[in-house]
Design a binder for this molecule. Structure first.
Ligand code: GLC
Length: 434
């Protein structure tokens, strides 16, 4: 009988809760058609139309060390790479299939090079593994919700042995957990319809993963998809609940707590434009300022942000993404103390921004300037040890006098002598309590 060990859970989640900010990398054959990682499903593309991309795959510019440096400079503390996406293509040298990168013109084990490069930069490393597999002959096709051949009558009576597919799935996960050193995250994706939980032989899978990688943390998608939270968000998580809720392309209205008010870890996974996999025509990139504010929003609600990049067919992260990451990195270099090791403040959201907290320090993220000084709600003047502008460490002075005497319960400070904030994206003021 499985019993959730909350103490062990909180211990293994410590680094995740501290680090807050990670890179998601969606890469594979779908970078060549460049219409997103679901191109086979969305276009009902038969295998024979997709196979030429396998014969062609040769990302000559792939430089995992450059990717790792970019992630580190952006202030990211961990990274998760797709080892296999729904198309079944393996970015690692699996002994269980020929549908793998080492059989393409490129010929190199991308997973191994990714892990080596990101570990060398001091980042934690994770692998995304798709439970779906549109290449494997034993994965259900006709009538499936997502399979490229779901409506193809030729597949109606095609024999397939799902148990054999599960042996393949478990065998590949065993390969990843055995042959590539210490993994910090395994990011399964995703459950749907009847394919959830034990339909994947999930308890057996989780036991194997945790036995081979004792400290590893798992997402919740052996149970759910981006829709639903799973039993991790309850008082009695199942053995395959995973360790964090994984809201996708959305930041929840508030964090997640169980019925006893205990924090439940969560990580919002977000694309920079509108697609996970490289999509040449998708230029709808979010401004860096928006992403910075969303990272702060996640932390203020006790969560993490996993920000995606989709490298192109040559192995380059799109220049728009590089530029955004560099801008984020500059802000993180000045203000990272208000993110790393921080969480919610347990106070109402102020009208001019958000608050994150680490121990006795409250970080007021001022997103909108005020007239008459910046109000710092929720703190009393006599409990304040110091007030500092995080970006440069300078003292921030309280404002006193007839204008502010009317509001004795609010601390007003001056962070700028102009109508503009020192940092229009997010000016962070650290208030350390006595
Ligand atoms: C969804 C998409 C998948 C993507 C994942 C990222 O499950 O189907 O393509 O990898 O979200 O969270």
């Amino acid at each position: 009988m499985y019993t959730f060990d909350r103490a062990a859970y909180e211990e293994r989640m410590k680094w995740f809760v501290h680090d807050r900010f990670g890179m998601f990398i969606h890469w594979g054959l779908y970078a060549i058609p460049a219409r997103g990682e679901w191109v086979r499903s969305q276009e009902h593309m038969p295998e024979e139309q997709y196979r030429p991309f396998f014969e062609e795959f040769d990302p000559v510019d792939f430089d995992p060390k450059a990717w790792a440096k970019l992630a580190k400079q952006a202030g990211m503390k961990y990274a998760v790479l797709t080892s296999k996406h729904h198309d079944g293509f393996c970015l690692f040298d699996s002994a269980l299939t020929d549908w793998k990168v080492t059989n393409t013109p490129f010929g190199r084990d991308i997973v191994r090079e990714f892990l080596d490069a990101f570990r060398a930069e001091g980042l934690k490393v994770g692998l995304y593994y798709s439970l779906l597999d549109w290449h494997h002959p034993d994965y259900p096709a006709f009538g499936d919700q997502n399979h490229p051949e779901r409506d193809n009558p030729a597949f109606r009576d095609k024999p397939h042995d799902f148990a054999r597919y599960l042996d393949y799935l478990h065998g590949q996960v065993r390969e990843l957990c055995t042959n590539y050193g210490k993994l910090d995250i395994m990011w399964f994706d995703f459950s749907y319809g009847d394919l959830t939980g034990e339909a994947w032989r999930a308890s057996e899978l989780v036991r194997m993963v945790r036995s081979l990688q004792p400290g590893i943390i798992l997402d919740n998608r052996l149970e759910v998809s981006g829709s639903g939270f799973g039993s991790i968000a309850t008082d009695a998580p199942l053995e395959y609940s995973g360790d964090f809720v994984s809201p996708e392309q959305i930041i929840p209205q508030e964090g997640f707590r169980d019925s006893k008010g205990r924090n439940i870890c969560w990580e919002a996974c977000i694309t920079m434009n509108d697609n996970w996999g490289y999509t040449a025509l998708d230029k709808n990139f979010k401004p860096a300022a928006t992403i910075i504010r969303k990272l702060v929003e996640c932390v203020s609600k006790g969560g993490n942000l996993l920000l995606n990049v989709g490298p192109d067919a040559r192995g380059n992260i799109p220049p728009e993404s590089v530029e955004i990451l560099r801008t984020i990195g500059a802000w993180m270099h000045r203000n990272g103390a208000s993110v790393y090791g921080c969480g919610g403040a347990g106070m109402p959201k102020p009208e001019n921004g958000r608050i994150t907290r680490c121990g006795k320090t409250l970080y007021y993220h001022i997103l909108e300037n005020s007239i008459g000084g910046i109000p710092l709600q929720g703190v009393a003047a006599d409990e304040i040890e110091s007030i500092r502008l995080v970006a440069d460490g300078s003292e921030v002075m309280q404002l006193k006098g007839w204008i502010w005497d009317n509001y004795p319960d609010v601390v007003f400070v001056q962070a700028s002598r102009t109508a503009r904030l020192p940092d229009e994206t997010d000016t962070v003021i650290a208030v350390t309590l006595k």
